[in-house]
Design a protein around this ligand. Structure first.
Ligand code: NDP
Length: 481
């Protein structure tokens, strides 16, 4: 069986405690590999390697850093199929989705930041004829990068690429549930010629390896993507050390469908935004609000399309809904389905483990796409992030009511608005408490735009020059004339 190792100072090394954890394939329930159960000693070694590498890396010309990052992108591309398959096996997501989204986006992340640093500008401010101020943007040192299990390679590269493009070195801690593509990426980074110590990968549980990183005094910057509760723990440890922190956290995203929307498009895209990656995307629209005149028709079409989704072996190219990431996570999602019933909701479709799965995946963590109606918006199922294939539907009577319902949670990550009325679209978009608003679309991402959450969905923005700003420190130099 494959045994993963940490990647420290350009070499694969066993964890200091010598202990390993099983890594399970969610579609089968079988152990597919062992991963290091790293702790603070491993994080210390990785931070020391990254600190040693920093001085030379920060002085490496941007053109050279860019060339090396582009080489990583090429190597990911050369290993496209292997990575797609590995991501699917490790996380339970359909291989078709990994091919369409995860791997292409990992390539793009490296290309995007490799070229962005060639176009970076800085600002100068003249103080009348008395002084010239100019801004230096300098890397901080060792960046701590912590990523979740839902989009493992996509989100890890979204952090590593800008961090090292900007001249930092880094220690990455992928989720212990999905370590496989991070391990492959480490090998490709070595193969690309990125100097030893610039990128280090430490595997292991969040509570030990992750926390060792957030509380490490020699790590001045933390980029974290994960749940809101964990984000609070990251802040608790990083805060007293005055680290620069970016938090991309959970969501309970509203999807507002107005009566004048293109119904066909709204239904087709809402199926994607509700159930892509089994609903395990932070940007999934888990609360559907539909304007009363079209509520019944929308619901009929939406339910019909939900029932048609093909659940099955994630490695089959035609599969649209794969397995949830773990048994524990499926239990949590099923708990919310039971709670929906207790809270007075009606399960219109789904809610069960699918029957008739192919032989290979009978032991996997599958759950049918589930639609719940009839819940009051104050209920826990309408307020808490479920992060699974469960969506609620609720009618509304006016734009004002839709906005109030959409804003009525502690989250504020993303929202979708479906309407053909341009003025209404702009008005509603401006009123939504949400870091991203999509109008007549979902998950259309331009890497240049600011990305992040309001309220308990996060702190800070990443994306484009916002990422490069986060991974650098602005220093003003004032020269008297
Ligand atoms: P978690 O918060 O459980 O874990 C995220 C990462 O943090 C993992 O690597 C985890 O390690 C690590 N971790 C856990 N505890 C600590 C700790 N105390 N200190 C430091 N690191 C720790 O999230 P999930 O992995 O369950 O991911 C799902 C969540 O991520 C959802 O809430 C989702 O909304 C959110 N998310 C947000 C996105 C955004 O852009 N806003 C994008 C994608 C997901 P380990 O898993 O090994 O314990």
């Amino acid at each position: 069986m494959k045994r993963l190792l940490n990647f420290i100072d350009g070499q694969f090394r066993p964890p200091a405690p010598g202990r390993y954890l099983p890594n399970v394939e969610p579609a089968t329930g079988r152990v597919m590999a062992e991963i290091p159960e790293s702790g603070p000693e491993d994080v210390d070694a990785a931070v020391a390697a990254a600190s040693r590498a920093f001085e030379a890396w920060r002085k490496t010309p941007a053109e050279e850093r860019s060339r090396l990052l582009l080489r990583v992108a090429e190597l990911i591309e050369a290993n496209f199929e292997d990575l797609a398959r590995l991501e699917s096996e490790d996380s339970g997501k359909p291989v078709a989705l990994a091919r369409r989204m995860d791997v292409p986006r990992a390539i793009l992340n490296f290309r995007f930041f490799a070229t962005a640093i060639l176009h970076a500008e800085t600002s100068a401010h003249m103080t009348d004829d008395r002084a010239l101020n100019y801004t230096l943007r300098q890397p901080l040192g060792v960046a701590g990068l912590i990523s979740p299990w839902n989009l493992p390679l996509y989100l890890l590269t979204w952090k590593i690429a800008p961090a090292i493009a900007a001249g930092n070195t880094c220690v990455a801690k992928p989720s212990e549930l999905t370590p496989m593509t991070a391990d492959r990426l480490a090998a490709l980074i070595g193969e690309a010629g990125i100097p030893p110590g610039v990128v280090n990968v430490v595997h292991g549980p969040g509570a030990s390896a992750g926390r060792a990183l957030t509380s490490h005094p020699k790590v001045p910057l933390i980029s974290f993507t994960g749940g809101t509760k964990t984000g609070a723990d990251v802040m608790t440890h990083a805060g007293p050390l005055f680290k620069k922190v970016s938090l991309e956290l959970g969501g309970k995203n509203p999807n507002l469908v107005f009566a004048d929307a293109d119904l066909e498009q709204a239904v087709a895209t809402s199926i994607q935004s509700s159930f892509s990656n089994q609903g395990e995307i932070c940007l999934c629209g888990s609360r559907l609000f539909v304007e009363k005149p079209i509520y019944d028709e929308f619901l009929d079409r939406f339910l019909a399309a939900t029932r048609k989704l093909r659940i099955g072996d994630p490695l089959e190219p035609a599969t649209e809904v794969g397995a949830l990431v773990s048994d524990a996570h499926r239990n949590k999602v099923e708990g919310y389905v039971a709670l929906a019933r207790e809270e007075g909701g009606r399960i219109l479709t789904g809610g069960k483990r699918p029957a008739d799965l192919p032989e290979r995946v009978r032991g996997g963590y599958f759950l049918e796409p589930t639609v719940v109606a009839g819940l009051d918006c104050s209920r826990r199922v309408m307020q808490e992030e479920i992060f699974g294939p469960v969506v609620t539907v609720t009618p509304f009577a006016s734009p004002e009511e839709a906005i109030a319902l959409a804003n009525g949670t502690r989250y504020g990550l993303s929202a979708s608005v479906w309407t053909r009325d341009l003025q209404k679209a702009h008005r509603v978009a401006a009123a939504l408490e949400s870091g991203t608003v999509w109008v007549n679309t979902w998950l259309l991402r331009d890497l240049r735009v600011p990305f992040g959450g309001m309220k308990e969905s996060g702190v800070g923005r990443e994306g484009g020059f916002e990422s490069l700003a986060f991974f650098t420190e602005a220093k003003n130099v004032c020269v008297k004339l």
